[in-house]
Design a protein around this ligand. Structure first.
Ligand code: SAH
Length: 356
């Protein structure tokens, strides 16, 4: 049995003022999840987001630049062991052209995401970041390409990268070990997050909601970790099975739980950059709106060249057309305006202190 609605509302108030909770209270809030509590958390999260960001929503153009990967995460469709994946690697000119196209559309952040692909070349990526920043100095560059040595992160930062997304995936070591082969361990992941912070990246952590073996305890651990590490960005989305992975027959995560957790994360980290993710939009056609109305403030449409989009398949049925594609930029802005949000050419950096 979860705690009562009244008790949970008290915990939400505490979270709003303290920005952290004891583990036991996180557990109570997760167990106490009901539609009524979800609405209450969403209202509070919306108010907090409004205080920090007004009605602004930030758009990121996502370029999936390689789907080669040396890792074997059990959940991911581009894992090395998936021999059915059609591999591709974009060239420098593909990436620069996609970014130029995004810039013309109005994006002021490009996100370069890929598998851990040593053959792409760390210096090659550094050069691309330099060229992106030279071509568009008013654009932020976010990288998301996994675990690398400090020196590599430093090279990319020196080249001009502003932000780095590296979901922690699970803050519980035993749960992390059930999602990854033995060579991938939580402490390495966390060490990478610390290195990125030391290098002054805006850092993004996060996890999948409803990943196999996730429990109330592991989720409480995730929320505790986020409230302590205080990442500038948090990416969460429902787990969605991919048929050619060891988790191909597992159940997908819950949209409602994802939306509820988005609100809790907004309350814990009021200034956080929080996307309504593609995975959420994939499971529910209304997922993006639900995410925004729960406190999310970022959307990451796909800016990869259309020919490679269907090859970057982390999970089945991944949305990459319609409003998930960058070509619909205009339509997206209009649909956001219809919901009361304003999106435009804005880098959308993290706000640390509340603006008076
Ligand atoms: N190689 C990079 C990028 C990984 S893909 C890195 O290691 O950070 C980005 C995110 O997609 C992952 O962090 C994971 O949380 C999510 N993801 C992967 N497979 C997924 C699946 N089957 N369902 C939902 N999300 C998934």
């Amino acid at each position: 049995m979860g705690a009562s609605f009244e008790k949970c509302c008290g915990l939400l108030s505490l979270l709003e003022t303290e920005h952290s909770l004891p583990r036991e209270s996180w557990r109570e809030l997760i167990c106490g999840h009901t539609p009524e509590l979800q609405s209450e958390a969403a209202l509070r999260a919306m108010a907090v987001r409004r205080r920090y960001y007004g009605n602004r929503v930030f758009l990121r153009g996502l370029i999936e630049f390689t789907n080669f990967c040396r890792n074997n995460c059990y959940y991911c469709g581009i894992r090395a062991g998936n021999s059915k994946a059609q591999r591709y690697r974009l060239t420098e000119s593909d990436i620069l052209a996609a970014a130029d196209h995004g810039y013309e559309l109005g994006f002021r952040t490009v996100v370069l995401q890929g598998g851990e692909d040593p053959a792409f070349g760390d210096d090659n990526l550094a050069r691309i970041v330099e060229k992106l920043k030279a071509a568009h100095p008013d654009c932020a560059v976010t990288l998301s390409c996994g675990e690398r040595p400090f020196e590599v992160y430093r090279r990319w930062k020196d080249a001009g990268a502003d932000r780095y997304l590296l979901r922690h995936e699970s803050a519980d070591p035993a749960h992390y070990a059930k999602l990854h082969p033995a060579v991938q361990i939580l402490s390495t992941r966390l060490e990478c997050l610390r290195m990125l912070r030391e290098l002054h990246y805006q850092v993004g952590a996060g996890f999948m909601v409803g990943s196999p073996y996730q429990t109330v305890e592991t989720l409480a651990e995730d929320l505790t970790f986020l409230s302590e590490f205080k990442p500038e960005m948090v990416g969460i989305g429902p787990f969605i099975p991919h048929c050619d992975t060891p988790f191909g027959h597992e159940k997908a995560g819950s949209v409602d739980l994802t939306v509820y957790l988005l609100s809790l994360i907004r309350l814990a980290l009021p200034g956080v950059l929080l996307p309504a993710t593609t995975a959420l939009a994939t499971l529910d056609p209304d997922g993006r709106r639900k995410g925004l109305f729960a406190g999310a403030n970022v959307i990451m449409p796909n800016l990869s060249p259309p020919t490679v989009r269907e090859k970057y398949l982390l999970y089945n049925n991944k949305a990459h057309t319609g409003l998930e594609s960058a070509e619909s930029y205009r339509k997206l802005i209009e649909s956001l305006a219809g919901l009361g949000f304003e999106a435009g050419p804005d880098r959308g950096d993290h706000i640390k202190e509340m603006q008076k």
